[in-house]
Design a protein around this ligand. Sequence first.
Ligand SMILES: N[C@@H](CCC(=O)N[C@@H](CS)C(=O)NCC(=O)O)C(=O)O
Length: 222
Amino acid sequence: MSLTLHYHPLASFCWKALIALYDNDTPFERVIVDLGDEASRAAFFKLWPIGKFPVLQDHARDRLVPEAAIIIDYLDTYFPGATIFVPKDADLARQTRLVDRFYDHYVHEPMQKIVTDKIRPEGSHDPFGVQQAREMLATAYPIIDADMAGGNWAMGDFFSLADCAAFPALCYADKVEPLAGRFPNAARYLERLSTRPSVMRVLKEARPYMPLFPYYKPGMEG
Ligand SMILES: N[C@@H](CCC(=O)N[C@@H](CS)C(=O)NCC(=O)O)C(=O)O
């Protein structure tokens, strides 16, 4: 097996890479990184000192590929399948990458800020940063809602890198700043994403870990 993914089943950025792997049935081995376990943490930091997952290892090409979007790009290049995540057309590719960046920076990262603040030690919370993150979501949501008025996927009629980015970002953001009632097109897009088999598989594998999510409420795992 050429590929190994270092990841955690609950981690949102790992979902992004997993959706792409599952969408094309790309074979890979998995190493679950448990940052709370000293040995697992040390092994992962030795591999990638930045310490953020997912990280893909391609043993055949002797490549270490961090960053979910770059992993998906790499899969498109070396392990292509029926779903092409970044279109070959230059304009469409740039637009796809822009939507990917939009979801990462303006939905995913603010969501992470809100979620991780909840588990910071007493005395080290950052209410101003959390407020800014909530304001960013309040700015991003209407843009997404308008973009998704036509239905389908983030780039229109084809599933892409942008949708891999959108699902984890929206799924978790929806738990801290709900879409329902206010952003119906975005909420329906999230529902559509949730029924894609690759996404359903990611959700199924995350389910046992869901109680570890800082905003967990019983039943949230679906
Ligand atoms: N820019 C990175 C972000 C990766 C990231 O933030 N991963 C989180 C999990 S969703 C992580 O590694 N968290 C562990 C930590 O920060 O200690 C990417 O796109 O892959």
